[in-house]
Design a protein around this ligand. Structure first.
Ligand code: C2O
Ligand code: CU
Length: 576
């Protein structure tokens, strides 16, 4: 099971269900305070009004500086680890160009589509106004081949963010449509002398990539695909996803998707109290390893990334995970500290040594350290079982660093503890407002994450339902919202909320001990549970979904809908 592909997992699970001879009944969980409408409800706003999401436009301050960027989506053959890979790129590279702005600037990004398929861009982690979120069929029409579109928003929050296509994103992001964004603060809390951004990606192997391209060409959309993409092909016995073209015929936006979910796979026992990685966690890390080929740092798959810095210099590494897998990394050669998560500074972060960072899909870790007198520090993969991922390395220091690389014992690293953000840092940032578990919440939502089998393969469900057949989380502007998340499945679910950040209040029933932690993507391991809270302060229609993009394509999404906000775009254009 250790290196099992999803096919292996799915078939194994099916066999398990069969061998027990029973059916795990799917229980429907009714959502409090929502109607039966899915994925959006018809709930009036203040004074009975309705406002289309397109009305929520940026408010540009007088005299703000405007930064113009152009992103041209085009096909390119990249050479990754010596192999040619047919990719989708922004401006010819993957990641696309690093977009750098200063806090307070207006970012104006013009997108040109030179692909033969539509796309949109989502600004992951940035609280853009409702009209700018880049979700096709919800906040805009997809940008057609040959078309262009301009996004505009104010870079209000400093930090590390990223952008990616939100159209058939399992395919389009997987094949290269992503890049990083750095918004530099007005006043840096942790100023560094060197500032590097590293985007980590895993590339589909040749047969998977081919199937993904074919899937896109067939015009299939991800939304509500009812167990489509990988799982379907694999369950059809195609192994390398040859069956993917069939997904277009899967029931879309019908009760069929729900009705066809037949078994729920059992999750591990719910965790309580202590924090330490389990064998389930290690197994979950490798869930999909089999379908990937190259693992890259920026566009480099050869494992010898070199970032120049002088001994004694303070370096900030902004690590962005643009893939679907959780990456286990560590820095050797210097003590380090995690100064920001998902673009949010952490108050008084402690220095770490010999600690592994589990960086989930779509998460950002900003790590700071001083280049040692010996010449270099090394960012390396710490997954003891992932040979390919050992290539994921960067040296930060003098140009001869790789020649003097001491070599690291994978076995020694494997025993090191994992970074625990629920017990890290001290005190708060000045002026930071925080939630308490026992305060008033206007909206409470229980989110149970399960995986199950449908006729077409695996589905990934929220409260036993598969998107789009799931009622929205309806909020009113100003509400405090508490979400209780339980992962009752054997897989990792990196849950991402659009348009807001949320504070993590508890994990496995235990309150967060260190500094307040604000995230936009929460990597939920098997058996974990969390309470998170956010303020409904950004009206719109916002997705809340798993950022394992295959899971998102196969059901694990829900909308956060502000009362009175409507979707003026054709919902059947919707795609994750
Ligand atoms: Cu980074 Cu809805 O995505
Ligand atoms: Cu998931």
């Amino acid at each position: 099971m250790r290196r099992a592909t999803k096919m292996g997992m799915a078939l194994g699970a099916a066999a398990l269900v069969a061998s027990i001879g029973g059916v795990f009944a799917v229980r429907e969980v009714r959502q409090a305070g929502t109607g039966a409408d899915a994925p959006l409800a018809r709930v009036p706003g203040p004074h009975g009004t309705y406002t289309p999401v397109s009305a929520f436009q940026p408010r540009v301050p007088q005299g703000a500086r405007v930064d113009h960027f152009t992103l041209t989506a085009e096909y390119r053959t990249l050479t990754l680890g010596g192999e040619p890979v047919r990719a989708m790129t922004f401006n010819g590279t993957a990641p696309g160009p690093l977009l750098v702005a200063h806090q307070g600037d207006v970012m104006e990004v013009t997108v040109q589509n030179r692909l033969s398929v539509p796309l949109t861009i989502h600004w992951h982690g940035i609280p853009v106004p409702g009209a700018e979120d880049g979700v096709p069929g919800v906040t805009q029409n997809p940008i057609p081949p040959g078309g262009s579109y301009t996004y505009e928003f104010v870079a209000t929050e400093a930090g590390t963010y990223w952008y990616h296509s939100h159209e058939a994103s399992f395919e389009e992001v997987g094949l290269g449509l992503y890049g990083a964004i750095v918004i530099l603060p007005k006043h840096a809390l942790y100023p560094a002398q060197r500032d590097y951004t590293l985007v980590l990606h895993e590339w589909p192997n040749a047969s998977t990539a081919k199937a993904m391209m074919a899937n896109l060409a067939s015009g299939a959309r991800d939304a509500g695909s009812n167990g489509g993409t990988m799982s379907e092909g694999m369950m059809n016995g195609a192994g390398t996803m040859g069956g993917m073209g069939m997904m277009g015929s899967a029931a879309q936006n019908s009760e069929g998707a729900w009705g066809s979910m037949q078994h729920v796979l059992p999750g591990p026992p719910l965790r309580t109290g202590t924090f330490a990685p389990t064998t389930d966690d290690y197994a979950a890390l490798d869930e999909m390893a089999g379908m990937y080929g190259a693992f890259t740092v920026n566009q480099n798959a050869d494992g010898t990334t070199l970032l120049p810095a002088k001994p004694g210099q303070l370096v900030r590494l902004r690590i962005v995970n643009s893939g679907n897998m959780t990456r286990l990394l560590t820095l050797v050669g210097a003590p380090f500290r995690v100064v920001a998560l998902d673009g949010h500074d952490i108050a008084n972060p402690g220095w770490l040594k010999g600690v592994l960072l589990p960086i989930g899909a779509a998460e950002r870790y900003d790590v700071e350290f001083r280049v040692p007198p010996s010449g270099a520090a090394y960012l390396i993969s710490a997954d003891p079982d992932a040979t390919a991922r050992q290539e994921l390395r960067a040296a930060i220091g003098d140009p001869g660093a790789w020649a003097s690389f001491p070599g690291i014992s994978a076995a020694a690293i494997a025993r090191e503890p994992w970074f625990d953000f629920t017990d890290y840092g001290r005190g708060r940032l000045p002026g930071e407002t925080v939630f308490r578990l026992n305060q008033a919440y206007q909206v409470r939502y229980n989110m149970k994450l399960t995986v199950g089998m449908s006729m077409n393969g695996m589905v990934y469900a929220i409260n036993g339902r598969v998107f789009p057949n799931i009622p929205p989380i309806v909020v009113h502007k100003g509400d405090a919202v508490l979400v209780h998340i339980v992962n009752d499945s054997p897989y990792i679910h990196p849950m991402h909320l659009h348009g807001h950040d949320f504070q993590v209040l508890t994990r496995d029933g235990r309150p967060v001990q260190g500094s307040p932690i604000f995230l936009d993507t929460l990597n939920v391991f098997p058996g974990e549970s969390y309470d998170i809270a956010f303020r409904a302060d950004n009206p719109g229609l916002w997705m809340f979904h798993c950022h394992d993009l295959e899971h998102a394509a196969s059901g694990m999404d829900v909308m956060v809908q502000y009362a009175g906000v409507t979707d003026p775009y054709p919902m059947n254009e919707m795609s994750e």
